[in-house]
Ligand binder design. Sequence first.
Ligand code: AMP
Ligand code: MN
Ligand code: MN
Length: 326
Amino acid sequence: MALAKPDIDAARRLLTEARWIGVISHERPDGDAVGSLLGLSLALAQAGKQVAPVLVDGLPSRYRFLPGSAEILSQFPRGVDLLVTVDCSELDRMGLPADQLPRAPDINIDHHPTNTRFARVNLVDAQASATASLLGALLPQFGLQVDSPIASNLLTGIVTDTIGFRVPGVGPDLLRQSADLMDLGAPLAEIYDQTLNRHSLSAARYWGLGLARLQRAGRMLWSSLTLEDRAQAGYAGNDDADLINLLMTIDGADITLVFVEQSEGKVKVSWRARAGLDVARVASSFGGGGHELAAGAMLSGPTPEVIERVLQATRPALGGAARGED
Ligand code: AMP
Ligand code: MN
Ligand code: MN
Protein backbone atom coordinates (compact mmCIF):
# COMPACT_ATOMS: atom_id res chain seq x y z
CA MET A 1 0.00 0.00 0.00
CA ALA A 2 1.33 3.41 -1.02
CA LEU A 3 0.29 5.33 2.09
CA ALA A 4 2.64 7.16 4.44
CA LYS A 5 2.83 5.69 7.96
CA PRO A 6 2.64 9.12 9.65
CA ASP A 7 -0.68 9.76 7.86
CA ILE A 8 -2.08 6.40 8.99
CA ASP A 9 -0.92 7.13 12.56
CA ALA A 10 -2.45 10.62 12.46
CA ALA A 11 -5.79 9.17 11.29
CA ARG A 12 -5.67 6.50 13.97
CA ARG A 13 -5.08 9.15 16.65
CA LEU A 14 -7.97 11.30 15.43
CA LEU A 15 -10.30 8.28 15.38
CA THR A 16 -9.19 7.18 18.84
CA GLU A 17 -9.76 10.61 20.36
CA ALA A 18 -13.12 11.30 18.70
CA ARG A 19 -16.41 10.50 20.39
CA TRP A 20 -19.00 11.14 17.73
CA ILE A 21 -17.79 10.43 14.20
CA GLY A 22 -19.59 11.49 11.03
CA VAL A 23 -18.86 9.34 7.97
CA ILE A 24 -20.02 10.39 4.51
CA SER A 25 -19.64 9.17 0.94
CA HIS A 26 -20.56 10.55 -2.46
CA GLU A 27 -23.87 11.55 -4.00
CA ARG A 28 -25.57 8.95 -6.25
CA PRO A 29 -23.83 6.31 -4.14
CA ASP A 30 -22.46 3.16 -5.76
CA GLY A 31 -21.55 -0.11 -4.07
CA ASP A 32 -18.10 1.10 -3.05
CA ALA A 33 -19.58 4.26 -1.51
CA VAL A 34 -22.13 2.25 0.52
CA GLY A 35 -19.81 -0.64 1.39
CA SER A 36 -17.00 1.65 2.52
CA LEU A 37 -19.36 3.89 4.48
CA LEU A 38 -20.91 0.95 6.33
CA GLY A 39 -17.69 -1.05 6.72
CA LEU A 40 -15.98 1.85 8.47
CA SER A 41 -19.07 2.89 10.44
CA LEU A 42 -19.68 -0.61 11.81
CA ALA A 43 -16.01 -0.98 12.79
CA LEU A 44 -16.09 2.34 14.65
CA ALA A 45 -19.38 1.51 16.37
CA GLN A 46 -17.94 -1.80 17.50
CA ALA A 47 -15.03 0.12 19.05
CA GLY A 48 -17.53 2.05 21.17
CA LYS A 49 -17.79 5.20 19.04
CA GLN A 50 -21.01 7.00 18.33
CA VAL A 51 -21.27 7.06 14.52
CA ALA A 52 -23.41 8.97 12.00
CA PRO A 53 -23.18 7.35 8.51
CA VAL A 54 -24.55 9.81 5.93
CA LEU A 55 -25.55 9.57 2.26
CA VAL A 56 -27.32 12.76 1.15
CA ASP A 57 -29.17 10.84 -1.60
CA GLY A 58 -30.13 8.05 0.81
CA LEU A 59 -29.58 4.33 0.26
CA PRO A 60 -30.38 2.78 -3.16
CA SER A 61 -32.73 -0.14 -2.49
CA ARG A 62 -30.38 -2.77 -3.98
CA TYR A 63 -28.00 -2.20 -1.02
CA ARG A 64 -30.67 -2.72 1.63
CA PHE A 65 -29.37 -6.27 2.18
CA LEU A 66 -26.14 -4.89 3.64
CA PRO A 67 -25.64 -5.15 7.41
CA GLY A 68 -25.93 -1.75 9.06
CA SER A 69 -27.72 -0.14 6.10
CA ALA A 70 -30.80 0.69 8.20
CA GLU A 71 -28.65 3.14 10.20
CA ILE A 72 -27.84 5.36 7.21
CA LEU A 73 -28.96 8.98 7.62
CA SER A 74 -29.55 11.60 4.92
CA GLN A 75 -28.23 14.46 7.05
CA PHE A 76 -25.86 14.96 9.94
CA PRO A 77 -27.09 15.26 13.52
CA ARG A 78 -25.59 18.00 15.71
CA GLY A 79 -22.55 17.15 17.79
CA VAL A 80 -20.28 15.32 15.35
CA ASP A 81 -16.67 15.97 16.45
CA LEU A 82 -14.83 14.23 13.57
CA LEU A 83 -15.68 13.94 9.88
CA VAL A 84 -14.41 11.13 7.64
CA THR A 85 -15.10 10.96 3.88
CA VAL A 86 -14.87 7.68 1.96
CA ASP A 87 -14.69 7.18 -1.84
CA CYS A 88 -15.00 10.97 -2.42
CA SER A 89 -12.49 12.57 -4.78
CA GLU A 90 -13.49 16.20 -4.21
CA LEU A 91 -15.02 18.33 -1.50
CA ASP A 92 -18.19 18.80 -3.56
CA ARG A 93 -18.68 15.06 -4.27
CA MET A 94 -20.66 14.57 -1.06
CA GLY A 95 -23.59 16.36 -2.67
CA LEU A 96 -24.00 19.23 -0.28
CA PRO A 97 -22.33 22.64 -0.04
CA ALA A 98 -19.17 22.66 2.08
CA ASP A 99 -20.80 25.06 4.57
CA GLN A 100 -23.50 22.47 5.24
CA LEU A 101 -21.01 19.86 6.39
CA PRO A 102 -20.88 19.59 10.20
CA ARG A 103 -17.18 20.50 10.06
CA ALA A 104 -14.31 20.56 7.55
CA PRO A 105 -13.36 16.97 6.62
CA ASP A 106 -10.72 15.54 8.96
CA ILE A 107 -9.89 12.26 7.20
CA ASN A 108 -10.25 11.56 3.46
CA ILE A 109 -10.04 7.85 2.53
CA ASP A 110 -10.17 7.29 -1.22
CA HIS A 111 -8.70 5.61 -4.31
CA HIS A 112 -9.37 8.15 -7.08
CA PRO A 113 -6.23 9.44 -8.83
CA THR A 114 -8.08 12.76 -9.25
CA ASN A 115 -8.49 13.16 -5.44
CA THR A 116 -7.85 16.78 -4.42
CA ARG A 117 -6.63 15.94 -0.88
CA PHE A 118 -9.14 18.27 0.75
CA ALA A 119 -8.96 16.96 4.34
CA ARG A 120 -6.57 17.39 7.26
CA VAL A 121 -5.33 13.81 6.80
CA ASN A 122 -5.52 12.29 3.31
CA LEU A 123 -5.28 8.52 2.88
CA VAL A 124 -5.47 8.25 -0.91
CA ASP A 125 -4.18 5.16 -2.70
CA ALA A 126 -4.86 5.28 -6.44
CA GLN A 127 -3.53 1.71 -6.76
CA ALA A 128 -6.43 0.35 -4.72
CA SER A 129 -9.20 -1.22 -6.83
CA ALA A 130 -11.85 0.07 -4.42
CA THR A 131 -11.97 2.32 -1.38
CA ALA A 132 -13.35 -0.76 0.42
CA SER A 133 -10.15 -2.65 -0.41
CA LEU A 134 -8.04 0.18 0.98
CA LEU A 135 -10.23 0.25 4.09
CA GLY A 136 -9.79 -3.49 4.53
CA ALA A 137 -6.05 -2.84 4.82
CA LEU A 138 -6.48 0.25 7.02
CA LEU A 139 -8.97 -0.98 9.64
CA PRO A 140 -6.48 -3.26 11.46
CA GLN A 141 -3.93 -0.42 11.36
CA PHE A 142 -6.52 1.81 13.04
CA GLY A 143 -6.83 -0.89 15.72
CA LEU A 144 -10.31 -1.83 14.45
CA GLN A 145 -11.62 -5.38 14.04
CA VAL A 146 -13.18 -6.80 10.87
CA ASP A 147 -16.11 -9.14 11.56
CA SER A 148 -18.64 -10.80 9.26
CA PRO A 149 -20.98 -7.76 8.74
CA ILE A 150 -17.99 -5.52 8.04
CA ALA A 151 -16.49 -8.09 5.66
CA SER A 152 -19.78 -8.25 3.72
CA ASN A 153 -19.74 -4.48 3.24
CA LEU A 154 -16.10 -4.40 2.19
CA LEU A 155 -16.50 -7.24 -0.28
CA THR A 156 -19.51 -5.45 -1.77
CA GLY A 157 -17.35 -2.38 -2.44
CA ILE A 158 -14.70 -4.54 -4.08
CA VAL A 159 -17.13 -6.59 -6.20
CA THR A 160 -19.04 -3.55 -7.46
CA ASP A 161 -16.07 -1.27 -8.26
CA THR A 162 -14.36 -4.10 -10.18
CA ILE A 163 -17.68 -5.13 -11.82
CA GLY A 164 -17.16 -8.61 -10.42
CA PHE A 165 -13.33 -8.74 -10.65
CA ARG A 166 -13.50 -7.96 -14.38
CA VAL A 167 -11.42 -4.79 -14.70
CA PRO A 168 -7.69 -4.32 -15.25
CA GLY A 169 -5.95 -3.81 -11.94
CA VAL A 170 -7.57 -6.87 -10.34
CA GLY A 171 -4.67 -9.04 -9.22
CA PRO A 172 -3.88 -11.93 -6.88
CA ASP A 173 -3.65 -9.63 -3.84
CA LEU A 174 -7.21 -8.41 -4.32
CA LEU A 175 -8.44 -11.99 -4.78
CA ARG A 176 -6.61 -13.07 -1.62
CA GLN A 177 -8.10 -10.15 0.31
CA SER A 178 -11.54 -11.09 -1.04
CA ALA A 179 -11.01 -14.73 -0.03
CA ASP A 180 -10.11 -13.55 3.48
CA LEU A 181 -13.34 -11.50 3.59
CA MET A 182 -15.26 -14.65 2.53
CA ASP A 183 -13.53 -16.56 5.34
CA LEU A 184 -14.91 -13.94 7.71
CA GLY A 185 -18.41 -14.64 6.36
CA ALA A 186 -18.94 -12.33 3.38
CA PRO A 187 -21.45 -14.03 0.99
CA LEU A 188 -19.92 -13.59 -2.49
CA ALA A 189 -22.76 -15.14 -4.50
CA GLU A 190 -25.41 -13.08 -2.70
CA ILE A 191 -23.37 -9.90 -3.19
CA TYR A 192 -23.08 -10.63 -6.92
CA ASP A 193 -26.77 -11.35 -7.16
CA GLN A 194 -27.95 -8.28 -5.25
CA THR A 195 -25.57 -5.77 -6.80
CA LEU A 196 -24.64 -6.90 -10.32
CA ASN A 197 -27.07 -9.54 -11.59
CA ARG A 198 -30.42 -8.08 -10.70
CA HIS A 199 -32.11 -5.19 -12.43
CA SER A 200 -35.61 -3.88 -12.02
CA LEU A 201 -38.09 -4.11 -14.88
CA SER A 202 -38.15 -0.31 -15.04
CA ALA A 203 -34.34 -0.25 -15.39
CA ALA A 204 -34.58 -2.75 -18.27
CA ARG A 205 -37.21 -0.56 -20.00
CA TYR A 206 -34.99 2.48 -19.42
CA TRP A 207 -32.04 0.62 -21.00
CA GLY A 208 -34.26 -0.19 -23.97
CA LEU A 209 -34.92 3.50 -24.57
CA GLY A 210 -31.21 4.25 -24.26
CA LEU A 211 -30.17 1.33 -26.50
CA ALA A 212 -32.59 2.51 -29.19
CA ARG A 213 -30.53 5.70 -29.30
CA LEU A 214 -27.14 3.98 -29.44
CA GLN A 215 -24.67 5.68 -31.76
CA ARG A 216 -21.14 5.10 -32.91
CA ALA A 217 -18.62 7.75 -33.82
CA GLY A 218 -15.40 6.00 -34.83
CA ARG A 219 -14.13 4.10 -31.80
CA MET A 220 -16.62 5.84 -29.50
CA LEU A 221 -19.97 4.27 -28.70
CA TRP A 222 -22.49 6.43 -26.91
CA SER A 223 -26.08 6.83 -25.90
CA SER A 224 -28.25 9.30 -24.03
CA LEU A 225 -31.16 9.09 -21.64
CA THR A 226 -33.71 11.89 -21.24
CA LEU A 227 -35.97 12.90 -18.37
CA GLU A 228 -38.84 11.74 -20.59
CA ASP A 229 -37.23 8.26 -20.90
CA ARG A 230 -37.04 8.08 -17.14
CA ALA A 231 -40.73 8.95 -16.77
CA GLN A 232 -41.77 6.59 -19.59
CA ALA A 233 -39.81 3.66 -18.12
CA GLY A 234 -40.94 4.47 -14.59
CA TYR A 235 -37.29 4.46 -13.50
CA ALA A 236 -36.90 6.14 -10.11
CA GLY A 237 -33.16 6.92 -10.12
CA ASN A 238 -31.44 9.91 -11.69
CA ASP A 239 -28.57 7.77 -13.03
CA ASP A 240 -28.08 5.55 -16.10
CA ALA A 241 -29.11 2.31 -14.32
CA ASP A 242 -25.62 1.00 -15.25
CA LEU A 243 -26.34 1.21 -18.98
CA ILE A 244 -22.70 2.25 -19.39
CA ASN A 245 -21.52 -1.19 -18.24
CA LEU A 246 -23.79 -2.83 -20.80
CA LEU A 247 -22.32 -0.63 -23.56
CA MET A 248 -18.82 -1.74 -22.55
CA THR A 249 -19.76 -5.33 -23.41
CA ILE A 250 -20.41 -4.34 -27.05
CA ASP A 251 -17.56 -4.95 -29.47
CA GLY A 252 -16.06 -2.29 -31.66
CA ALA A 253 -15.54 0.62 -29.28
CA ASP A 254 -12.64 1.72 -27.11
CA ILE A 255 -14.50 4.47 -25.26
CA THR A 256 -18.17 4.42 -24.34
CA LEU A 257 -20.20 7.32 -23.02
CA VAL A 258 -23.66 7.78 -21.57
CA PHE A 259 -25.33 11.18 -21.24
CA VAL A 260 -28.12 11.35 -18.66
CA GLU A 261 -30.33 14.42 -18.68
CA GLN A 262 -30.92 15.81 -15.20
CA SER A 263 -33.34 18.45 -13.99
CA GLU A 264 -32.31 22.13 -14.10
CA GLY A 265 -30.47 21.92 -17.43
CA LYS A 266 -27.73 19.60 -16.28
CA VAL A 267 -26.35 16.49 -17.98
CA LYS A 268 -24.46 13.71 -16.18
CA VAL A 269 -21.74 12.22 -18.38
CA SER A 270 -20.15 8.81 -17.77
CA TRP A 271 -17.06 7.61 -19.62
CA ARG A 272 -15.62 4.08 -19.75
CA ALA A 273 -12.45 3.13 -21.61
CA ARG A 274 -10.54 0.01 -22.58
CA ALA A 275 -7.21 -0.70 -20.85
CA GLY A 276 -4.38 1.60 -21.85
CA LEU A 277 -6.56 4.68 -22.44
CA ASP A 278 -7.35 7.50 -19.99
CA VAL A 279 -10.72 9.22 -19.69
CA ALA A 280 -10.10 10.73 -16.22
CA ARG A 281 -8.27 13.64 -17.80
CA VAL A 282 -11.12 14.63 -20.10
CA ALA A 283 -13.62 14.23 -17.23
CA SER A 284 -11.43 16.52 -15.08
CA SER A 285 -11.38 19.10 -17.86
CA PHE A 286 -15.16 19.32 -17.43
CA GLY A 287 -14.91 19.64 -13.65
CA GLY A 288 -15.47 15.92 -12.98
CA GLY A 289 -13.04 13.15 -12.19
CA GLY A 290 -12.62 9.43 -11.65
CA HIS A 291 -10.20 6.76 -12.82
CA GLU A 292 -8.33 6.28 -16.09
CA LEU A 293 -10.89 3.70 -17.25
CA ALA A 294 -14.06 5.03 -15.55
CA ALA A 295 -14.85 8.68 -15.06
CA GLY A 296 -17.77 11.07 -14.78
CA ALA A 297 -18.73 14.73 -14.76
CA MET A 298 -21.80 16.95 -14.45
CA LEU A 299 -22.18 19.51 -17.23
CA SER A 300 -24.66 22.31 -17.88
CA GLY A 301 -26.45 22.94 -21.14
CA PRO A 302 -28.94 21.35 -23.52
CA THR A 303 -28.15 17.66 -24.04
CA PRO A 304 -27.32 17.84 -27.80
CA GLU A 305 -24.79 20.63 -27.16
CA VAL A 306 -23.22 18.81 -24.24
CA ILE A 307 -22.92 15.64 -26.37
CA GLU A 308 -21.20 17.55 -29.17
CA ARG A 309 -18.77 19.27 -26.79
CA VAL A 310 -17.92 16.13 -24.89
CA LEU A 311 -17.46 13.89 -27.96
CA GLN A 312 -15.10 16.44 -29.44
CA ALA A 313 -13.06 16.74 -26.26
CA THR A 314 -12.98 12.95 -25.81
CA ARG A 315 -11.69 12.09 -29.31
CA PRO A 316 -8.01 12.82 -28.46
CA ALA A 317 -8.23 10.34 -25.56
CA LEU A 318 -8.59 7.55 -28.13
CA GLY A 319 -4.93 8.12 -29.03
CA GLY A 320 -3.72 5.46 -31.48
CA ALA A 321 -7.10 3.74 -31.28
CA ALA A 322 -8.54 6.64 -33.31
CA ARG A 323 -6.73 5.29 -36.38
CA GLY A 324 -9.01 2.29 -36.40
CA GLU A 325 -11.96 4.57 -37.27
CA ASP A 326 -14.48 3.28 -39.73
P1 AMP B 1 -19.93 7.03 -12.97
O1 AMP B 1 -19.79 7.28 -14.43
O2 AMP B 1 -20.84 7.99 -12.28
O3 AMP B 1 -20.24 5.60 -12.69
O4 AMP B 1 -18.52 7.30 -12.32
C1 AMP B 1 -17.34 6.74 -12.79
C2 AMP B 1 -16.19 7.20 -11.92
O5 AMP B 1 -16.04 8.62 -12.03
C3 AMP B 1 -16.38 6.93 -10.43
O6 AMP B 1 -15.12 6.61 -9.90
C4 AMP B 1 -16.87 8.23 -9.87
O7 AMP B 1 -16.48 8.39 -8.55
C5 AMP B 1 -16.21 9.26 -10.77
N1 AMP B 1 -17.11 10.42 -10.97
C6 AMP B 1 -18.35 10.38 -11.49
N2 AMP B 1 -18.89 11.63 -11.53
C7 AMP B 1 -17.97 12.46 -11.00
C8 AMP B 1 -17.93 13.88 -10.75
N3 AMP B 1 -18.96 14.68 -11.05
N4 AMP B 1 -16.81 14.37 -10.17
C9 AMP B 1 -15.78 13.57 -9.86
N5 AMP B 1 -15.75 12.23 -10.08
C10 AMP B 1 -16.82 11.68 -10.64
MN1 MN C 1 -17.80 5.36 -5.90
MN1 MN D 1 -14.64 3.56 -5.54
